[in-house]
Design a protein around this ligand. Sequence first.
Ligand code: B12
Length: 247
Amino acid sequence: MAGHTEIHAKVSEILSAAGFEVHPFLIGWYNENVQTPFELPYDPDTLAFIIFSTPAMFDKAFKPFICRQSCDQQRDPIDECMIHHFNMVREAFPSEEIETLHDFEMTATRRPKVLVQTAGHVAGAAYYYQRKDVEPDEWDSKKKIYGVSIHPKYGGWFALRGVIIFQKVHQPDLPHREPEDCVKSREDRIKLLEGFNYNWQDWTYRDIVPAQDKYSEEQMKYFATMPKDRKEVVEEIKAKHCGDGKE
Ligand code: B12
């Protein structure tokens, strides 16, 4: 059976050309952090990957994807596009048992199947800043403050799309690295968490660290549009980018 480096290389080869980043982790690292209802039912040394979309995903994966799709899709086109790319990985490993869990997948009791921010943190890929990272605590104890992950290269200009689990691949020797703590001061952490919780629509929390690449105007327009109204934006993008329909 292939080792983690071969598997990692192959998954990266498939996804990085489409504007994704791929980071390996072990299920045990994830399960050690989350509460029991969120644990994933695999051995601690099971190999998994967290998948991030970078700003380039929109041009490299999403536009080509919608150009190939008819417009009568039920799901959000971004979700469809993610399912398509995760399936490409699945198809590249016909003899492996693979489970894919997307960020938007919920259990029957409406609990997220995977907490992608925790996965990104334990993979050493993007620090997950939570209320408990601000000491002493800043907010009223009754207030709910949601946490946010920050990527060392893209700041908040990325998304955590899901995990791919190689159910039968055990990799106890996978090197464990810590995520880069790029928002070090208490003051900046407060600014980040308040931006994410109270002013996320103005995008500014994403700039808490300088970003190498950000979303284009077009990508921002797409994500700022309510999912129910995105059809129109998709049609605009298609008219502009899809050529004469021969694709
Ligand atoms: C439900 C949800 C929401 C809900 C509730 C938010 C919440 N965090 O609970 C609502 C609708 C409010 C929401 C809003 C937004 N969301 Co939202 N949301 C989610 C979703 C689907 C699940 C989050 C969830 O329910 N978590 C459950 C709670 C219990 O988890 P938790 O607080 O992390 O607790 C765990 C950790 O603390 C862990 N833990 C404990 N100790 C330790 C220690 C360490 C070191 C670690 C690592 C972990 C750890 O254990 C706990 C569980 O037992 C995630 C995607 C996903 N599947 O993860 C996106 C997600 C969090 N949302 C995201 C975004 C961007 C947004 C919005 C900006 C809207 C948007 N553009 O999509 C807003 C911003 C928030 C706001 N101001 O409203 C992004 C965040 C990206 C990032 N950089 O972090 C995510 C990751 C989606 C994505 N695809 O990237 N969201």
